[in-house]
Design a protein around this ligand. Structure first.
Ligand SMILES: [Zn+2]
Length: 76
């Protein structure tokens, strides 16, 4: 069923929607859009550690299907 994700995060159907949601985020570090391995849709979340360490560029994120536990490890 669309609109439900096992992770409990709000799904976005396009990268653009996810980016717009990230822009509306208030406070703290802006979340990044990423594709979800559970539902295949887009979510926004904290940047993965590799991004924070400067090992990858923000623009590279979309080309990786990040394991959500890496992306959201701090929330788990
Ligand atoms: Zn999902």
């Amino acid at each position: 069923m669309l609109g439900r994700c096992p992770t409990g995060k709000r799904p976005h159907y396009t990268r653009k929607d996810a980016k717009n949601a990230a822009k509306r985020h208030k406070g703290g570090r802006r979340p990044i859009p990423y594709t979800c391995d559970e539902c295949g849709l887009w979510h926004i979340g904290k940047p993965p550690p590799a991004l924070a360490r400067g090992e990858i560029a923000r623009d590279e994120i979309r080309q990786h299907r990040y394991d959500r536990r890496r992306v959201l490890g701090e929330d788990a």
